[in-house]
Write a protein that binds this ligand. Structure first.
Ligand SMILES: Cc1cc2nc3c(=O)[nH]c(=O)nc-3n(C[C@H](O)[C@H](O)[C@H](O)COP(=O)(O)OP(=O)(O)OC[C@H]3O[C@@H](n4cnc5c(N)ncnc54)[C@H](O)[C@@H]3O)c2cc1C
Length: 429
């Protein structure tokens, strides 16, 4: 599918994510999720009033995208949501999404209020401001003088959208190539209760409405250089991580991967007893999805201890709330079929004297009765070709698994580097 600003009004009523939605539908449908996901007015007020206005702005320093909570909270305290929203958007074009999904290890961790009682929930404050900003319908910043050159972006995840936004605001025409039928990349794997899909689409559609942007979905590009010969003056490759880690054990073929599970949760509604192998954030999202799908028993198999799991406090809370059975210090050694059920073979693990994780001999047992086994072991990137002045890489494909805000920062950096190169080219012509 090809989406352009020229056809925006028609396309906005066209099939996005398999449902027919107008832009207003998208936003009103989004409202139904708001009560759980966004702070309410009282909570928002209580959060911003906690700000200590630290002159050294540790929160700004901790934000990968360079957003300054110190400044946007001050604007919000004055009741100026337009100013607050603009301050955020200048640094982060995916501001509402980052507000909803940013982990607690950036601005929130740096917040000095934690030394008195608890840190301000800065990401949620940002999401609240951006929601208000959108509701007030404040105008987008116009682009600089329109340029005749067109630039390409491969991939529509956070790095792609962030790069697109910088290039469009600098006046360039931008065309996005996305191999999937949906926009947003790995964000689509985040369960709706944390990030409704409608918000991801709304971010892209907002850009389509305001700027000369063409989006091609179902369009894979394997050779970025080929776009240069098609008249593009520069390409940003933001293709994320496509290779999913495996266990390399017998019976692995009987499992599914977390990307398949999280992208198509409705296909797996019939499964009552679900095993999730892995102890990271993606594994937690798989247990949440199983819970939402109505699974009666959900068990997580984790090689290390609970304290070693690289998850946020909110994710840990979700595991407890959803009564997930967490089997730690356990390695899955084999999977087998037993009539219409699956067996997970496990052995116990221990840390040896050097802190290395090893199997404990003679501890193998067979755990019977599973209906579905989901592997959530993380991912890695394809081997990338060399970068050049006008073919640049951004996001997880170059930095490894990160977060939405880090991908946004990386997309912005690549776009600015490309702009510098194009400016230099113009000056030397
Ligand atoms: C389950 C899960 C939960 C997560 N939860 C959080 C969270 O709570 N908070 C947070 O901050 N981060 C979270 N993340 C991480 C975050 O989603 C990623 O860091 C971010 O999406 C990376 O952005 P990106 O643009 O680099 O790549 P991606 O988002 O992976 O986007 C890459 C895009 O490129 C497309 N593509 C690939 N190859 C080609 C090609 N050859 N041609 C055209 N298109 C191509 C892909 O289809 C994809 O759409 C989560 C990730 C996962 C998997």
């Amino acid at each position: 599918m090809r989406i352009t600003n020229f056809f925006a009004n028609t396309i906005l009523k066209t099939k996005i994510l398999g449902v027919f939605l107008s832009f207003t539908d998208i936003l009103s449908k989004k409202e139904s999720f708001m009560s759980d996901i966004y702070l309410n007015q009282t909570q928002f007020k209580a959060e911003i009033e906690k700000c200590l206005h630290c002159p050294s702005k540790p929160c700004e320093k901790a934000c990968p995208a360079g957003v300054s909570p110190y400044d946007f909270i001050n604007a919000a305290l004055e009741g100026n949501f337009q100013k607050a929203g603009k301050l955020i958007l200048q640094k982060n074009s995916l501001a509402e999404i980052c507000g909803l999904v940013c982990p607690d290890r950036f601005c929130q961790k740096a917040c000095l209020r934690a030394k008195i009682d608890c840190a301000i929930n800065i990401p949620k404050v940002q999401a609240y401001i951006m929601k208000k900003y959108r509701e007030y319908n404040f105008a987008e910043n116009p682009s600089d003088e329109p340029k005749s050159q067109k630039l390409a972006i491969i991939g529509s995840g956070p790095a792609g959208i962030s790069a697109a936004s910088v290039l469009l605001k600098a006046g360039y025409m931008v065309e996005v190539f996305e191999k999937s039928s949906i926009l947003g990349g790995a964000l689509n794997m985040i369960p709706d209760i944390r990030l409704p899909k409608e918000i991801i689409n709304a971010e892209w559609l907002n850009l389509v409405q305001h700027f000369p942007l063409i989006i091609n979905t179902n369009h894979e590009i394997n050779n970025p250089r080929s776009l240069l010969s098609q008249g593009f003056s520069g390409v940003i490759v933001a293709i994320g991580e496509n290779k999913y880690r495996k266990l390399d054990i017998d019976g692995e073929i009987l499992t599914i991967n977390y990307n398949e599970y999280l992208l198509n949760p409705e296909k797996y509604k019939e499964f009552n007893n679900v095993a999730v192998v892995g102890g990271g954030a993606a594994a937690v999202d798989c247990t949440t999805t199983a819970h939402l799908n109505g699974a009666k028993k959900i068990e997580m198999f984790v090689r290390r201890r609970i304290c070693d799991m690289r998850i946020t406090a909110a994710e840990r809370e979700l595991l407890f709330k959803n009564q997930i059975n967490i089997t730690t210090m356990t390695r899955v050694t084999k999977i087998a079929r037993d009539a219409d059920k699956l067996i997970v073979y496990t052995c116990k693990t221990q840390f040896d004297d050097e802190g290395k994780l090893t199997d404990i001999p003679n501890t193998e047992i067979a755990r019977k009765g599973f209906d579905l086994i989901v592997l959530a072991l993380g991912s890695s990137a394809e081997n990338l070709p060399k970068q050049s002045n006008n073919i640049l890489f951004a996001g997880d494909c170059i930095n490894g698994s990160s977060t939405a805000v880090q991908a946004v920062a990386s997309g912005k950096k690549a776009a600015n580097k490309l702009l510098d190169y194009l400016k230099f080219q113009d000056q030397t012509l």
